[in-house]
Ligand binder design. Structure first.
Ligand code: DAH
Length: 351
């Protein structure tokens, strides 16, 4: 019996318990009514009378060991369960750090849409300088030196020179790119080739900043030069453009106007997108809003670019992207475009 006690003693000392199930197994094996320790106490009855005292002492210390270890195991298991439940490795209720996606600027959205519409009908995209000489911005476009039309487009001069046409300025419109394109064609080795381009870009004017005007904005210019290009082509092109960009039932009207670089010239109005033509403060109760200037390229401009006006004709147009975006998305204040307030920009998410 001493041997069994010693064996059990060693076994209990070596036992390990790491969870509730093992704790229960331990209890059943050593401490329950049918456990090994109890069994040994039972067999004490059959031991020789003179050995009982010593064996009894051995059994008691075995029982104490079994109970002490049980208690220690129990505390350890409870403690580990508590830390496990109070600190889960992943807290699924924790709000995620938002992964904010950038949005396209509304002006970029509209610029790209305009480009898409014109590319589909055979226009390509051209580019030109924003810092320009007086000649390309005004002179070549048939603005006479002291013509009042210059007054409408006051700008920022970067450099004054002895030759006024060489004065350097920030361009007031994208029409300068027309001149540069026509010059390229004049100088191209294969002689004249048709021009059918649109020219988006940034322009500048010396204007007080308000809800309706800014010192910087964006335009898209268009030009088509070839043999036999007529006013009908201009109308067809712009009708198509307006119906694609706005809606099929948007009404369009051509209103006679004046630009130094076109003859005849027309301003293009569309039925107000806000009130549908019935009159509101955006259309100043006329039902119409102006979106572009246009006309047949003035023969003087063609001559300035070395193109023979007896052989070639063309039309041109120019429009403000801010203006069109205002109408399309009902933006009431031009300044919003340049303030980079994300509360404004986010409204164009997903467009
Ligand atoms: N450049 C003109 C402006 O900024 C707009 C314009 C009108 C452009 C008629 C054109 C055109 O090409 O033919 O007010």
């Amino acid at each position: 019996m001493t041997e069994s006690i010693a064996q059990l003693y060693a076994e209990i000392e070596a036992a390990t318990v790491t969870n509730k199930e093992q704790l229960e197994q331990y209890r059943l094996r050593y401490l329950s009514k049918k456990g090994a320790v109890t069994e040994l106490f039972e067999s004490l009855k059959t031991a020789a009378a003179e050995d009982r005292r010593a064996l009894g002492q051995q059994l008691n210390s075995l029982k104490n060991l079994a109970q002490d270890r049980f208690q220690a195991f129990q505390e350890a298991v409870e403690a580990s369960e508590q830390t496990a439940s109070s600190q889960p490795p992943v807290d699924l209720t924790l709000p995620v750090v938002p992964n904010l996606m950038g949005t396209q600027h509304p002006l970029s959205i509209v610029r790209q849409r305009i480009i898409q519409i014109f590319e589909r009908i055979g226009f390509n995209v051209a580019d030109g300088p924003e810092i320009e000489t007086d000649w390309y911005n005004f002179g070549a476009l048939n603005f006479a030196d002291n013509h009042p039309a210059r007054e409408m487009q006051d700008t920022f001069f970067v450099e004054k020179t002895d030759t006024p046409s060489q004065d350097v300025l920030l361009r007031t419109h994208t029409s300068n790119v027309q001149i540069r394109l026509m010059e390229q064609v004049r100088n191209s080795p294969g002689g004249f080739r048709p021009i059918r381009s649109i020219m988006p870009g940034r322009v500048y004017r010396n204007e007080a900043i308000s809800a309706r005007a800014h010192c910087q904005f964006h335009q898209v210019e268009g030009i088509y030069i070839d043999r036999n290009v007529g006013f009908k082509d201009l109308k067809d092109t712009l009708y198509h453009f307006v119906k694609e960009l706005f809606t099929k039932d948007t009404k369009i009207r051509f209103r006679p106007s004046y630009f130094p670089f076109t003859e005849p010239s027309a301003e293009i109005d569309i039925s107000c997108q806000i009130c549908g033509g019935s009159g509101c403060n955006v259309c100043k109760y006329t039902g119409w809003v102006e979106i572009a200037g246009s006309g047949m390229v003035d023969p003087n401009v063609l001559i300035n670019c070395g193109i023979d006006p007896d052989e070639f004709t063309g039309f041109a147009f120019g429009m403000g992207i801010e203006r069109i975006t205002m109408l399309k998305y009902q933006v009431r204040d031009l300044r919003l475009y340049f303030e980079n307030d994300v509360r404004f920009l986010r409204q164009f998410e997903g467009l």
